[in-house]
Structure formats: structure tokens, C-alpha cells
Design a protein around this ligand. Structure first.
Ligand SMILES: NC(=O)c1ccc[n+]([C@@H]2O[C@H](COP(=O)([O-])OP(=O)(O)OC[C@H]3O[C@@H](n4cnc5c(N)ncnc54)[C@H](O)[C@@H]3O)[C@@H](O)[C@H]2O)c1
Length: 250
């Protein structure tokens, strides 16, 4: 799955799934990988890794995806350096464990703001470039939580991730005729700092819930992203891939 010469923006690329996506896209021939994350140090580490291991050029841009001005600056920096944007992976996300009784408006708003509004702001800033090129791929990293509601006592998280799927479908419908395809991935439990933060007992439960009896790896998730942004995927639009080891079978 060759993506030679493509320019990608990966939000949340400083850690976990986003870092693996940056690495896999760089290995598959991307010319430039832009790592957009609030964690500037982690983003710089991802950049150093891909430049050490591949021919891709990295660009780390400290970005809070929920901030309109910072997202505009991210896109401007990408265009200034690389001249185009072929791939946007809306991966940045937060998943604090805030059960119903502790969910106040501020915590609800922050989760929606980062996970859903952040994806909207990135699409709004990137799409004019893809539309002008008449080509582009947008991938939304949603969650099995969008289908299950709550996994570990979260309230706003599932809503934010279900909202991402509806947003993905809007983009898929609006821009396919202009050469821009949009799809989502709904990961099950993947071994990253987020799932580690829920403790070993929850990690064990997540592994047990999958038919494969283990959590997924970040590389397994990133390979699915590569498929969606590569020329091997040309008739998939508005779809959600369930990369979850069979944990949602009923
Ligand atoms: N790990 C899982 O099991 C799992 C399952 C389903 C969905 N997801 C989703 O996958 C995505 C990546 O999660 P992960 O498990 O790799 O977690 P992670 O914590 O390792 O990575 C998330 C990254 O997003 C960044 N980030 C957080 N807020 C941001 C903001 N406002 N602006 C820019 N960057 C921000 C963080 O700094 C971090 O680098 C998230 O959207 C998460 O909801 C993860």
C-alpha cells in the first residue's frame, strides 16, 4: 500500500495510536508527516523517530485541536512547508474516566470540544486544500464506545465518538464528488497510555471481551488507517471499520 509523495496531518501524533499512524504512513512512503499535538515534546519525539527510520520529513506543530486559531496555524505551517495536504487523520482525543455523578458541564464540554469539535475544526481548515486539489482522504478515529455508549463509566466520551461518525458521514457525502473520501475507524481496546490509565483490572477485562483475547496493538490500528488512505481503497466512503478483535459481536 504505497502512499508515495503524500502529505499527511495526524492529530494526536505524539503518543499511542497517532504515533503509530505517523510511523506507518512514513514507512509507506509519505513525503511529509505533520504531527499536531498539545504535547510538543512527544510530537518532536515522533518526528525524530520517523526521520531516523524513514525518508519522510516530519513537522511537529504544537496544536490544541479545540482551538480554532491553533488549527489555522497548523494548516498554514503545513502548506508553507509542503504545499499541499493529502491526508488528515483526526485522531487526537481524550478519554478521562468521569462517571455520571461526577460529570459536570465543564467536563462534558471539554470532552466534546477536543474529540468532536477538534475534528470539525481540522476538517474545516484542511478541506479547502483537498477540494482545490480534487483529492484527499480524511480518517476519523472514533471508538467502539460510539456503539456501546459507555465502556468504563464514561458519559460524554461515547457521545463525542458517535458525533464523529455523523460528522464523517457529512464529509463523505459533501465532498466525494470533489475527490475527497472520508471514513472512520472504531477501535476496540488498543494497548496505549489511555487504556493503561484505567488500571490492570480494566485492561484484563478489555482483553477478555475480544474474541482474540488480547488488546490490539497500535500498529494493527495504524495498518487499517494506511489501507483507508492508500490507493488500495478507492470505493470506500462513509464507512466505519471495526478494528476490535471481535469485541462487538452479538
Ligand atoms: N486506546 C484505545 O483503546 C482506543 C479505543 C478507541 C478509540 N481510541 C481513540 O484513539 C485516539 C488515540 O488514543 P490513544 O489511545 O492513542 O491515546 P493517547 O493518550 O496515547 O494519545 C492521544 C494523543 O492526543 C493528544 N491530545 C489530547 N488532547 C489534545 C488536543 N486538545 N489537541 C491535540 N492533541 C491532543 C495527546 O497529547 C496524545 O498525544 C483517541 O481519539 C481515542 O479516543 C483509543
Amino acid at each position: 500500500m504505497d502512499i508515495a509523495g503524500r502529505i499527511a496531518i495526524v492529530t494526536g501524533g505524539a503518543s499511542g495510536i497517532g504515533r503509530a499512524v505517523c510511523e506507518v504512513l512514513a514507512e509507506a512512503g509519505a513525503r511529509g508527516v505533520v504531527i499536531a499535538d498539545v504535547d510538543a515534546q512527544g510530537a518532536a519525539e515522533t518526528r525524530a523517530r520517523i526521520e531516523a527510520d524513514t525518508a519522510a520529513e516530519g513537522l511537529a506543530v504544537a496544536t490544541d485541536v479545540s482551538d480554532e486559531d491553533q488549527v489555522a496555524a497548523l494548516v498554514a505551517a503545513t502548506i508553507e512547508r509542503f504545499g499541499r495536504i493529502d491526508i488528515l487523520v483526526n485522531n487526537a482525543g481524550i478519554c478521562p474516566m468521569v462517571p455520571w455523578d461526577q460529570t459536570d458541564l465543564a467536563s462534558w464540554n471539554r470532552i466534546i470540544e477536543v474529540n468532536l469539535t477538534g475534528a470539525y475544526l481540522c476538517c474545516r481548515a484542511v478541506l479547502p486544500h483537498m477540494r482545490a486539489q480534487r483529492s484527499g482522504r480524511v480518517v476519523f478515529i472514533s471508538s467502539a464506545g460510539a456503539f456501546m455508549g459507555s465502556v468504563t463509566g464514561h458519559v460524554a466520551y461515547g457521545a463525542s465518538k458517535a458525533g464523529m461518525l455523523a460528522l464523517m458521514k457529512v464529509v463523505a457525502k459533501e465532498f466525494a464528488a470533489e475527490g475527497v473520501l472520508a471514513n472512520a475507524i472504531a477501535p476496540g481496546s488498543i494497548d496505549t497510555p489511555i487504556t493503561a490509565s484505567f488500571g490492570p483490572e480494566n485492561k484484563r477485562k478489555y482483553a477478555e471481551a475480544a474474541t482474540l483475547k488480547r488488546q490490539g496493538t497500535t500498529r494493527e490500528l495504524a495498518d487499517a488507517v494506511l489501507y483507508l488512505v492508500s490507493d488500495r481503497s478507492t470505493y470506500l466512503n462513509g464507512a466505519t471499520l471495526h478494528v476490535n478483535g471481535g469485541s462487538l459481536l452479538v
